[in-house]
Design a protein around this ligand. Structure first.
Ligand code: MG
Length: 252
């Protein structure tokens, strides 16, 4: 079959906050729940939202058995309620947390342009999703987005037994897509997990930085601030993939 010019072989994508709009779904749900629970109006919605995301992205508690995602969510809501001056009992915390979860599911959405970007890329490269979370939850998100058919490998930390930025999860994605690291590009919003993690195994990274955050270190990594218009975003991704193969000595 031979080498088809400089066409990239594989594009790896993060899921949460790269394709699936976790952060803005979260904000929309907090806004609704805040309308229903007066004590939450002690604090501005964006303050609660930022605190909630910070807790979500922080390390899980390291004591005892690993908590379930429901238990961790209840803990986050206990903390938020306390910061608003409400000391809730276990049943009240559970009710609040469950209500948030239900509203969250109702407000799910894709990152603008992401679904079309994935569909465009699917015509040019093998596609993998590399994501940290539970299998059932991530599979459900992909179904919700209507993208199951467009993805060649869904690589989830719970199934692999390793999480980004650990090399093992990236190696598993490359193995399943049957590509070498220099033939792949990784796109993700997390500097540590997606950019640093991918580069550590020799995969070129593109930072998806839609909130315009400052660059945590000066490494030369292409950046995308939006996937709109998707055709332009796809072109940038494919160029980065080509550049990565050129540097690795790939021949036309
Ligand atoms: Mg992410």
């Amino acid at each position: 079959v031979g080498d088809v010019g400089l066409a990239p072989r594989a594009v790896l994508l993060d899921l949460d906050d790269t394709i699936f709009d976790h952060s803005l779904t979260c904000r929309a749900a907090i806004e609704v729940v805040r309308g229903e629970y007066p004590f939450l109006r002690q604090r501005p919605v964006d303050e609660i939202w930022w605190e909630y995301l910070t807790m979500l992205n922080g390390p899980p508690p390291s004591t005892g058995v690993p908590p379930t995602s429901a238990a961790m969510r209840e803990e986050r809501w206990r903390t938020v309620a306390r910061s608003c001056g409400a000391d809730l009992g276990p049943d009240e915390v559970r009710a609040l947390s469950n209500r948030y979860r239900a509203v969250y599911l109702d407000h799910r959405r894709a990152v603008p342009g992401a679904v079309e970007l994935v569909r465009r890329l699917a015509g040019s490269a093998r596609l993998g999703i590399v994501t940290n979370n539970e299998v059932a939850e991530q599979e459900e998100k992909l179904r919700f987005l209507g993208l199951e058919g467009a993805i060649d490998a869904l690589v989830i930390s719970e199934a692999v037994g390793a999480s980004k930025p650990e090399p093992a999860i990236f190696h598993e994605a490359l193995r399943r897509l049957e590509v070498a690291p220099e033939s792949a590009v990784m796109i993700g919003d997390s500097w540590t997990n997606d950019v640093v993690g991918a580069e550590a195994v020799g995969i070129r990274a593109i930072w998806f930085n839609r909130f315009g955050l400052p660059r945590p270190d000066p490494r030369a990594v292409p950046e995308l601030r939006s996937f709109v218009p998707p055709a332009e975003a796809a072109a940038l991704v494919l160029d980065a993939a080509r550049a990565s193969r050129n540097e690795a000595g790939a021949r036309p």
